[in-house]
Design a protein around this ligand. Sequence first.
Ligand SMILES: CC(=O)N[C@H]1[C@@H](OP(=O)(O)OP(=O)(O)OC[C@H]2O[C@@H](n3ccc(=O)[nH]c3=O)[C@H](O)[C@@H]2O)O[C@H](CO)[C@@H](O)[C@@H]1O[C@H](C)C(=O)N[C@@H](C)C(=O)N[C@H](CCC(=O)O)C(=O)O
Ligand SMILES: Nc1ncnc2c1ncn2[C@@H]1O[C@H](COP(=O)(O)OP(=O)(O)OP(=O)(O)O)[C@@H](O)[C@H]1O
Length: 483
Amino acid sequence: MKLSLLLSQLGLSAHPEADPEVSAVTHNSSWVKPGAVFVAVRGLKTDGHKFIPQALEKGAVAIVGEGFEGDLPVPYIKVEHARHALADFACVLQGHPSRALTVVGITGTDGKSTTSWITYHLLQSAGKPSGLLSTVGYRTPDGVLHHFPQHLTTPDSPEIQSLLRELLDAGATHCVLETSSHALELDRVRGVEYGVGIFTNLTPEHLDFHGDMEGYFQAKRKLIDRSRFAVLNQDDPYARRLTDHPSHTTFGFSAEAQWRATNLQEEASGLNFTVVSPAGTFDVVLPMIGQFNVLNALAAMATAHHLGLSIPELQKGLASFQGIPGRMQLLSSHPRVMVDFAHTPPSLEKALEVLRPSTTGKLWVVVGSAGGNRDPLKRAPLGEVASRLSDQAIFTEEDCRDTPIQEILQEMERGASSTGNQNYRSIADRRTAIQEAIHQAGPEDTVLLAGKGPEDTLERASETLPWDEVAEALQALGTRKPS
Ligand SMILES: CC(=O)N[C@H]1[C@@H](OP(=O)(O)OP(=O)(O)OC[C@H]2O[C@@H](n3ccc(=O)[nH]c3=O)[C@H](O)[C@@H]2O)O[C@H](CO)[C@@H](O)[C@@H]1O[C@H](C)C(=O)N[C@@H](C)C(=O)N[C@H](CCC(=O)O)C(=O)O
Ligand SMILES: Nc1ncnc2c1ncn2[C@@H]1O[C@H](COP(=O)(O)OP(=O)(O)OP(=O)(O)O)[C@@H](O)[C@H]1O
């Protein structure tokens, strides 16, 4: 697109001296490719204007900024708000893809990824070709999971707009977009037109960035304010403040919620409950662990119903949900084997606490701690949590890198010994440790394989081995003696 056309679509005046062809826009000088417009953003750590020379060296054909003194060999466009300009340029370059998609935005402190994945699955399984952008990666309508080069929940506006374009071109009619408070505050989603906005909950997090809870709430509420339809958690006091939205529904356990769950039963194979809703009263099965997932499922169902799914489609979709790769992923029921990426003491604690109530037999955990310079102080606390909250803990390798594995295992055992329990041992080889746990577990036991989750490598000394935790677990289940 010619720069003059781009500028005219944005209501900015053209530059008579040159009219280059523009192929992309970016705020990061190191990502500039020939033909790109570089937008200099005054950031929290540094000022993008300092990197204009680097952007020019890399082939930028125009510069956008809030104030630059000096001569430039390419057109310079002065704007009041560089982050707005970044998003606006990206929307125009990609042809405003969100206008042709039904976009579902999901925000909240917890449950964004899970709710996003369930919503995507419900839409897909009802035949609505959909895309998904979440912390875990993005999925195209063919179901393939791709990973972002950056590890952000919601990437920057040029990446969002080009992904929405990619999804539209791949035939998507709907897109589920996990929308972080950082993205809302930093205008990464400016120009995205949301059909539905879901608010899961709000508890203290990221207060260094947002200042206080009110600032955090005000950032999150932007999603709801700009969505045509809102899906709000009736059980959450912050979400309840948004019920003045002119077109909304609510979900929760409380009696006032329009979409509510009753008769909840948590079994080894998952959650069974009855949904009472404006669409009707019906039973559902969700193959997930953790009662908070009932709320995530209710939000996803309320959204999918608003977008036209019938009760049988909701029931069928929920029952066939396979979880998020490596996040409390349920692989079998007897014994119940779960793969989860929990690799810090608090996340391991939470995972074991979630599994305990629905474990009728023993609770096993296989867990390691990374080597190299990766947080050596967490090794003993991980051992302590594993021993305190499980019945049988097996300590093993987890990317030990150049640290001798025995050193890591001794630290984990030292932490475990502080509980006074005798319920732990170490098996250095991860494959053997997984086999041992799965082979020894009784049919009513739960085995949590923690720490690796969806990672695809295992780093051992100077070697990087290919690794697939789910495949390892399935292999061990396949060689288990029938019980
Ligand atoms: C705190 C935060 O969100 N920071 C974001 C912010 O960065 P910033 O303003 O500090 O940027 P800066 O480092 O000061 O640099 C200023 C400008 O100079 C540019 N620059 C800098 C260096 C250089 O060599 N060349 C260059 O062009 C930068 O690209 C930037 O445009 O603006 C950047 C551009 O939009 C973002 O990429 C960056 O996200 C950083 C990478 C980040 O880690 N963010 C995390 C905290 C985040 O956003 N997390 C949320 C949610 C997490 C959750 O819910 O758990 C997420 O959506 O992932
Ligand atoms: N609705 C919920 N309410 C409270 N806690 C939840 C809820 N859903 C999930 N959790 C907890 O939060 C953890 C993270 O869930 P999820 O990945 O869905 O959240 P998230 O907001 O997307 O976070 P992230 O962006 O890090 O993925 C889960 O492992 C679970 O322990």
